[in-house]
Design a protein around this ligand. Sequence first.
Ligand code: SF4
Ligand code: SF4
Length: 283
Amino acid sequence: MKRTFAVASGKGGAGKTTVAVGLALALADRGQSVRLLDCDVEEPNCHVQLGVSLTATEPATAPVPEVDTACCDGCGACAQACRFHSLAVVRKQVLVFPQLCHACGACLYACPQGAIREVPRRIGLVRQAEAESITLVDGLLDVGEAMASPLIRQVRQREAGTEVTILDGPPGTSCSLLAATGGADHVLLVAEATPFGLHDLALASEAVRLLGLPVSVVLNRCRGTAADAQAFLAERDLPLAGCLPEDRRVAECAARGGTPYREVPGFGAAMRDLLARLLGEAA
Ligand code: SF4
Ligand code: SF4
């Protein structure tokens, strides 16, 4: 059975990528082929922890509207349909702001004259590399581009092909998070066991629950039992998938471009335990 696990966090620096790469390597150590999709398209860095170069690249595009002025009567229905203010109609002329466009296609359907067609606009790159039995795919947004969701959707088109897919989502609670986690079988939220970390976790868990997805939490950098953080999760009915202890070596290893799963004693075993729990193999 194919399964997709999304790893996300309410804020950057919580350890999300380290966990996503660790889970992918734990699967690879079982001899299992796995896809790791790095959907953190503003700053993809799974390849750094895997120590691979992303050589296979292809441009990524998003469809944006183009108006045939010969057919347009300036009715304004397209601008009314656009929830992202990417279109304006001024004196019967349609102005398109492509960099605000989310490529949702609503304007196309709203136009009574059939005056809109979609044209591709480059927004970044989709890149790929192989590492052990891991196929890594990531998206890299062009400098100055603001719309991550269309690129994330293109990265996720590469989801099929292996039994297990790990998605490394973007930090935060924007629509990029929803694009990266939507349709996953399970969302693992990584959060620091601190008041700020738990605040951001609450926001991210609410966003993911809007999608109706099963969710559990990894508390990172725990001191002791992190009893307060565990009580916070219990209050919000958030299942605990695991606690990773405070260990400076993990952050230092990741910061210098190393692979904590391989290089930090105990971290690989923690990831294998976490994987077993996610796969329902451990109590
Ligand atoms: S495709 Fe969607 S976001 Fe883009 S201009 Fe049309 S309605 Fe707006
Ligand atoms: S909905 Fe169509 S006809 Fe109306 S202003 Fe927009 S492009 Fe022109």
